[in-house]
Design a protein around this ligand. Structure first.
Ligand SMILES: [Zn+2]
Length: 297
């Protein structure tokens, strides 16, 4: 239907081109007058610190393991307003910080694979109340703040067993990464070397089962290192188990990877919580100009 009718309409191609051109010109008007603005008024600082932010549950509650959905959304907004832009953990570890001039990188991490981080509806759409859903909604109006995070998973893998493979596929398609968080979340300091190896190798095998091939990241359960810290540089257990970088729980911004003091077995993170050394506190310090964060030239 409609074909005969449309055929009788003559289209003036010049008219269309003219209209398109006027649209394009209109679309460019603001940037023609104003040169591209720096994302923040902070001076370039390629030697500055990097914020690696850490979440556990996205739900109401008072513990440092909980960030309410409303506060998570506020974090996205505050980080954005302060000129932070998300980068992947691999990009941080490779020193490839590709963000606009004046912007500062932020690396998001989510530990324990709690259900509130990532839930799908039965039609495989993202539940808008989980962390990913909240972030996707924010990113729809802030396209330069896309969903890009590292998930340090435990075998529970966000619940919804039938959808786990699908979730891993979706996360990787969005540019997210998955990391090891052991299998039973023990205090590694209390274990023998063999037990530590079994826990880390088990976490690596879990990721492999879902087709994750890199980037060999480990978040220490409770932020506690094993007695034998050499194991955090990788080891052999029925084949090589590689570890590229290991992350603590707290409590400050991380050094850039080319700093002489950078230690890939003890990379600090900032917990998204209130109180001293939490995210709110650190962002207050940024606002006051008291933290020398990385700023893209
Ligand atoms: Zn944990």
């Amino acid at each position: 239907m409609g074909c005969g009718k449309d055929a009788s309409v003559t289209v003036d191609s010049d008219q269309i081109t003219g209209r398109l051109q006027s649209k394009i010109v209109a679309g460019h008007l603001p940037t023609n007058k104003v040169p591209p603005k720096r994302v923040s008024n902070r001076a370039a600082n390629p030697d500055g610190l990097v914020f690696i932010v850490e979440y556990h549950h996205i739900r109401d509650g008072k513990s440092t393991m909980e960030r309410s959905p409303a506060d998570f959304r506020k974090d996205l907004d505050r980080l954005f307003q302060l000129g932070f832009r998300p980068i992947s953990m691999s990009d941080y570890l490779s020193g490839r910080i590709s963000i606009p001039a004046g912007a500062s990188p932020v690396v998001f991490t989510f530990d324990d694979a709690n259900p509130s981080q990532f839930q799908l509806n039965s039609d495989l759409s993202v539940d808008p109340s989980c962390a990913i859903g909240i972030w996707q909604d924010f990113a729809s109006s802030h396209p330069d703040f896309p969903v890009k995070a590292t998930f340090f998973v435990l075998p529970q893998m966000w619940g919804q067993p039938a959808m786990r493979s699908k979730k891993v596929e979706m996360l990787e398609n969005w540019g997210c990464e998955l990391g090891n968080h052991t299998t039973t979340h023990p205090n590694l300091r209390k274990l023998t070397d063999e037990q530590v190896k079994a826990e880390i190798a088990g976490g690596a095998a879990l990721l492999e089962r879902y087709g994750v091939t890199g980037p060999n990241l480990l978040a220490l359960p409770l932020g506690i290192s094993p007695k034998n810290r050499r194991l955090l540089r990788g080891f052999d257990r029925n084949g090589p188990v590689a570890l590229r970088a290991t992350f603590l729980v707290g409590a400050n911004p991380a050094l850039p990877v080319d700093s002489p003091k950078f230690d890939s077995t003890r990379i600090p993170r900032i917990q998204a919580c209130k109180g001293p050394y939490g995210l709110d506190d650190w962002l207050d310090q940024v606002e006051k100009g008291k933290v020398k964060v990385y700023v893209a030239p």
